[in-house]
Structure formats: C-alpha cells, structure tokens
Design a protein around this ligand. Structure first.
Ligand code: ATP
Ligand code: DNN
Ligand code: MG
Length: 253
C-alpha cells in the first residue's frame, strides 16, 4: 500500500540501480512490489530502458514504463521535439494510487533530478510526489560537488513539504578519493541523518542472486537491508567524522 518515489541529484547518479536494489529486497521478502519508470528518455523503440534493467536485475515481474521519448533530454523537451504527448502526471498519480491499492510497495523512478520538467506547464517529479503524498528517496553522487547538489535537492523537497526517505550514494567507487571519503560524513551532516545506503559501483553488472545480496548489504533497514552508515564509514580509511552542524534541508521561516 506504500509508494516510494526515487529521485536523484541529477541524471546518471544511480537511481535505476538503487530503485532495483530496493525492489530486489522487497521481492526477496515475498512482498508484492512493482516498479514504474514514469518517463524514459534517450532510448529508442525496442531498446532496453531503466524498467527493463530493473526487471533483469531483480526478477520483479511487474515493471511499467509509462512514456518513452527517443532523445536523451528532459521528458518535456523530448516529448515536444518528438511531437508526442507529454506524460500526464495527474493521470499518472491516479494510476499509481490504484497500483498501490493492490501492491505492498510501488517504486517510482524519475528522470534526471527532482525538478526536471515532464510537460510544458512545468510539472516535475516533485509535483507527482505531492499528488501522491509519497516520500522521496534521494540518490546522490559520492564525488566532489555532491554536497551542494544534495543540499539543493533536500531544500527543494522541504520547500514543497515533501518528506525525504533518505539519501543513498548510487555508485561508490572501488578506489574512493579524498572528496569521496570526506563526503561520507559530510553527506550525513547535509541530510541531518545517517546515509540510507551506499551502493558499490558495478552493482548493476551482477546476477540476480548477487545483486540481491549486495542490495541487502548496501541499503539501510528502512529500505529493507542491513547497511549501517557509521560502520561503513569506519571501514573506509581516512573517512572523517560527522560534524554536528544544524540540520540541512529545512526552509528557514
Ligand atoms: N552502482 C552501479 N553499478 C553499476 N553501474 C551503475 C551503478 N550506478 C550507476 N551505474 C551506471 O551508470 C549509468 C547511470 O546509472 P543510472 O542509469 O542508474 O542513472 P540514473 O540516475 O538512473 O539516470 P536517469 O536519469 O537516466 O534515470 C548507467 O549506465 C548505469 O549502469
Ligand atoms: C537522458 C537521461 N539519461 C535522463 N533520462 C534524462 C535526464 C534529463 C536531465 C535534464 C537536466 O537536468 O538538464
Ligand atoms: Mg535511471
């Protein structure tokens, strides 16, 4: 009966892999789960999109792609240039609400970051999340620049009264550099809470069994896994400690 919207601090941050990890754990528990890619862009007819990748990685049978546009652009732009109708987010919210009535968990992956536009009226994934009154999981990068991107996304959620379901690093490098190691703690300070997961790079290349096991280790209990942010940080050489800065993501009244 619950809906979780998955956004990123941008495109190519690992939303699809993180969505797959959450789906794999729910599926592995036997919970009915379905995954919806609201609008897929940059993929031509017959090519594999995010929803296909998620089905392959998890074995989840019910995955939906609601709209597909060929050019690798924001959905509103890609639809306009293709002469195709944009995704109707109001109708989409109704469809997802009906899906949630039949499913334990409905996962909705956005395209790009939170404020990417789906139509020429400027509607975004944030508008869809508000219509659904659903929490939003934020997938972020590990590298330099992620602190600002993450803070901006959390501020945008807070400004719209949307509840973050946590911050997950979508692709943790095998050889983290200085910024990546320091960001493990700083991302917690920005988020005002422990990380909800860290997914190692390469996760998307595993088979289903390996992927589900990695998902279990990579996601926090709130997402169905066993990941512990403090323990992970302690396992990374030269990772810094969490500061006690005021909680970010709150709009000062
Ligand atoms: N943890 C990972 N393991 C393996 N590959 C990854 C991982 N994270 C990201 N990638 C790869 O990086 C690329 C971008 O990742 P992904 O598709 O998840 O980004 P995204 O945020 O979903 O982008 P979009 O906005 O297009 O949906 C893909 O080719 C994907 O296979
Ligand atoms: C093509 C890409 N992989 C995504 N599907 C769409 C990303 C749109 C990003 C728009 C932007 O923020 O500039
Ligand atoms: Mg994706």
């Amino acid at each position: 009966m619950s809906i979780l919207v998955v956004t990123g601090t941008g495109t190519e941050v690992g939303k699809t892999v993180v969505t797959a990890a959450v789906a794999a754990l729910a599926h592995g528990r036997g919970a009915p789960v379905t995954v919806v890619k609201a609008a897929q862009t940059g993929v031509g007819p017959g090519e594999l999109g995010d929803a296909d990748l998620i089905r392959d990685l998890t074995g989840v049978g019910e995955v939906h792609e609601l709209a597909r546009y060929p050019e690798p652009l924001a959905p509103a732009t890609a639809a306009r240039r293709a002469g195709l109708p944009p995704l109707d987010l109001v109708a989409t919210a109704d469809m997802l609400t009906r899906l949630a009535a039949d499913h334990r968990l409905v996962l909705v992956e956005g395209a790009g970051g939170l404020l990417v536009r789906y139509d020429d009226d400027g509607r975004t994934l944030a508008d869809l999340a508000r219509l659904l009154r659903a929490p939003v999981l934020v997938v972020t990068r590990a590298a330099l620049g992620t602190l600002n991107d993450t803070a901006l996304t959390l501020e945008a959620l807070a400004h719209r009264g949307l509840e973050p379901a946590g911050v997950v690093i979508g692709s943790w490098p095998t050889s983290p550099g200085l910024a990546e190691r320091a960001n493990l703690a700083d991302l917690e300070t920005v988020a005002g809470r422990p990380l909800a997961g860290v997914v190692p790079a390469g996760a998307g290349l595993l088979d289903r069994v390996g992927f589900r096991e990695l998902a279990r280790r990579s996601l926090a209990p709130s997402l169905g896994g066993t990941f512990d942010s403090a323990a992970f940080r302690a396992s990374v050489p030269d990772a810094t400690s969490v500061s006690r800065a005021p909680r970010a993501g709150r709009v000062r009244q």
